[in-house]
Design a protein around this ligand. Sequence first.
Ligand SMILES: NC(=O)c1ccc[n+]([C@@H]2O[C@H](COP(=O)([O-])OP(=O)(O)OC[C@H]3O[C@@H](n4cnc5c(N)ncnc54)[C@H](O)[C@@H]3O)[C@@H](O)[C@H]2O)c1
Ligand SMILES: O=c1ccn([C@@H]2O[C@H](COP(=O)(O)OP(=O)(O)O[C@H]3O[C@H](CO)[C@@H](O)[C@H](O)[C@H]3O)[C@@H](O)[C@H]2O)c(=O)[nH]1
Length: 325
Amino acid sequence: MKILVVGGAGYIGSHMVKMLIDSGHDAITFDNLSSGYQDAVLGGEFILGDLADIAAIDMALTKYQPDAVMHFASYIQVGESVKHPDKYYLNNFTNTMNLLNSMIRCDVKNFIFSSTAAVFGEPVYIPIDEAHPRIPLNPYGRSKWMVEEVLLDYERAYGLQSICLRYFNAAGADPSGLLGERHYPETHLIPLVLQAISGRKKDITVFGRNYDTPDGTCIRDYIHIVDLCSAHLLALNKLLKDKQSMRFNLGNGAGFSVQEVISVAEQVTKKKVTVIEGPKREGDPARLVADASLAKQYLAWSPKYVDLETIMTHAWQWELKQINT
Ligand SMILES: NC(=O)c1ccc[n+]([C@@H]2O[C@H](COP(=O)([O-])OP(=O)(O)OC[C@H]3O[C@@H](n4cnc5c(N)ncnc54)[C@H](O)[C@@H]3O)[C@@H](O)[C@H]2O)c1
Ligand SMILES: O=c1ccn([C@@H]2O[C@H](COP(=O)(O)OP(=O)(O)O[C@H]3O[C@H](CO)[C@@H](O)[C@H](O)[C@H]3O)[C@@H](O)[C@H]2O)c(=O)[nH]1
């Protein structure tokens, strides 16, 4: 199959491109390199293009006529989205509309969308399944939810079929050591803890210790990047075969607190980290844990790297490579 991977130079997109190619597919990356790296695209053609540029999207779709589009391109920082909602609605919503409208024009009708646990807002119950109410707490989550809603209308009116995958916390790195997480600035907990251990940073700040959780720190569901990508591959096959739009939550169903993540990092690296106590970060729910039974059932998704030690080991392998090159 021929897949246009929009945002294929980013953290998750680059792992996806690698998996598509390793599985015998043809991957074409479309990316403006605003936060991605061309050297992270390990195969297939690369188009330097921006989703704000409708002619560039039309050109890519017309030239390659992909069987499907996988869309990873967006801004990703929750806190920034609260301060600058304009930036988030423009890139995550308006630019996604450009992509969807081009797809309709160019008769490309299969779409896989990177959604997020942030569409749910403050959980009403845990673990969070697909039926959980969607009340996003911030513009980042709302921009993704708005795309999910538009997709329902586009299926009805134009026959555009989609699968929305709502990731919980993507983490880890490709076990080959060839790819990993490269965000600047980095805001995610696991790479930040490991940078504080490797010496690239001085310390790690814990954002709040008085949440309603056993140790008072926030609980998240960390999912290995390779398992995330394997769910995309299964979703792609399912979409092309069954032609049925679906939404799936993707996580391991196990929650780890910030303190537990720090302890596992120390255990895996056999080093101590300096911990600073900080205030709560705005918009952080106390617990986010996925119920991914639907993905397991419908997609026959079976995550391989479910324990936090393995996720941490692969992320550490990547961090060591960063400091040694
Ligand atoms: N990282 C996580 O834990 C997580 C969790 C839930 C959802 N997601 C979603 O997954 C997707 C990928 O996240 P990531 O961590 O790989 O982010 P990333 O920043 O590493 O990758 C995004 C890529 O999209 C490109 N891009 C951004 N705007 C673009 C535009 N207008 N035109 C063309 N290219 C553009 C960037 O250059 C980058 O290569 C995002 O949509 C994000 O919302 C991520
Ligand atoms: O320096 C830090 C960084 C993070 N945290 C905490 O660690 C947890 C995880 O934070 P982070 O790694 O930033 O991820 P999230 O804020 O949970 O967000 C990720 O996971 C969400 C889905 O769960 C996605 O929507 C987002 O795109 C993705 O960035 C949170 O409780 C943070 O408060 C700290 O205590 N100190």
